[in-house]
Design a protein around this ligand. Structure first.
Ligand SMILES: *[C@@H]1O[C@H](CO)[C@@H](O)[C@H](O)[C@H]1NC(C)=O
Ligand SMILES: *[C@@H]1O[C@H](CO)[C@@H](O)[C@H](O)[C@H]1NC(C)=O
Ligand SMILES: *[C@@H]1O[C@H](CO)[C@@H](O)[C@H](O)[C@H]1NC(C)=O
Ligand SMILES: *[C@@H]1O[C@H](CO)[C@@H](O)[C@H](O)[C@H]1NC(C)=O
Length: 184
C-alpha cells in the first residue's frame, strides 16, 4: 500500500468504508450471440456486419449498488473491430440484481485486413468462429447514500459461434452461458 502524505478525515472515512465493503466487480456472461451478416466486398476489403447479442449482467455485492453511466458494445475478430460501437441506455443495478442487456451491433463498410475474407472462409469450412464481444463503459458505486466517482470498466466475452448444419444460410449462433472477464 503506497503511503499517502495527507488524508482529510472525510476521505479517510470513505476509504475505510471502501475497504470494509470492498465492492466486487460486476459479473457478465454471454447468453447469446447471433451473427446474421458478415459480408466483405473486394477489392477494398470493406465489411458489412450484423450481430445480435444478449448479455446477463449481475451485481454480486450485497451492500453496494452500481450506476452504469456509459455502456458501449462492439465486436471484434482476431483483433479487428467488426462492428461499430453501439450504446446501451444507462441504468442502476441494485444489490444482487441481474439484468439482461441486448444489443444490435452493425457495421457498414468497415475496413478490415486483406486476409479477413480468407480467415472467415477457413472458419466457415471448420464450422466455427471465435469472436470477442466487448463492453467499454463507466460506472459509479453506491453505498448507502454515498456515490463514488466514475470508474471505467471493460468486459471481454469470447464467443464460440457455430455454423448450423445449414451452411448456406450463413448465420451462426453461440453456445450459451459463456463467462466474460471484467476489469474495473
Ligand atoms: C452477402 O453477400 C452475398 C454475395 O455477395 C449475397 O448473396 C448475400 O445476400 C449477402 N448477405 C447479406 C445478408 O447481405
Ligand atoms: C454493404 O452495405 C452497403 C450499403 O448498404 C452496400 O452498398 C454494399 O454493397 C454492402 N456490401 C456488401 C459486401 O454486402
Ligand atoms: C475500449 O477499451 C479498451 C481498453 O481500455 C481500449 O483498448 C479500446 O480502444 C476501447 N474501445 C473503444 C471502441 O472505445
Ligand atoms: C438453409 O437456409 C436457406 C436460407 O435461409 C434456406 O433457403 C434453406 O431452405 C435452408 N436449408 C435447410 C436444409 O434448412
Amino acid at each position: 500500500m503506497p503511503s499517502v502524505p495527507y488524508f482529510s478525515p472525510i476521505l479517510s472515512f470513505v476509504f475505510l468504508v471502501w475497504l470494509i465493503l470492498h465492492p466486487s466487480k460486476p459479473d457478465f456472461s454471454l447468453k447469446e450471440a447471433n451473427i446474421y451478416q458478415l459480408n466483405i466486398s473486394t477489392p477494398h476489403n470493406l465489411l458489412n456486419s450484423s450481430i445480435q447479442l444478449t448479455l446477463l449482467s449481475k451485481n454480486p455485492n450485497n451492500k453496494v449498488g452500481i450506476y452504469y453511466d456509459k455502456l458501449q458494445v462492439y465486436a471484434s475478430y482476431k483483433g479487428q473491430e467488426i462492428t461499430s460501437d453501439s450504446s446501451l441506455p444507462p441504468f442502476y443495478q441494485g444489490h444482487g440484481e441481474r439484468n439482461m442487456l441486448s444489443a444490435e451491433l452493425a457495421g457498414t463498410g468497415l475496413p478490415v485486413g486483406p486476409t479477413f475474407g480468407y480467415e472467415v472462409g477457413c472458419d466457415r469450412t471448420a464450422g466455427k468462429m471465435i469472436l470477442s464481444l466487448h463492453v467499454n463503459g463507466s460506472l459509479r458505486w453506491k453505498m448507502g447514500t454515498w456515490v463514488s466517482s466514475r470508474y471505467t470498466f471493460h468486459v471481454n466475452c469470447v464467443a464460440i459461434t457455430e455454423f448450423g448444419s445449414n451452411t448456406t444460410s450463413g448465420s451462426m449462433k453461440s453456445k450459451q452461458g459463456i463467462r466474460c472477464s471484467t476489469s474495473v
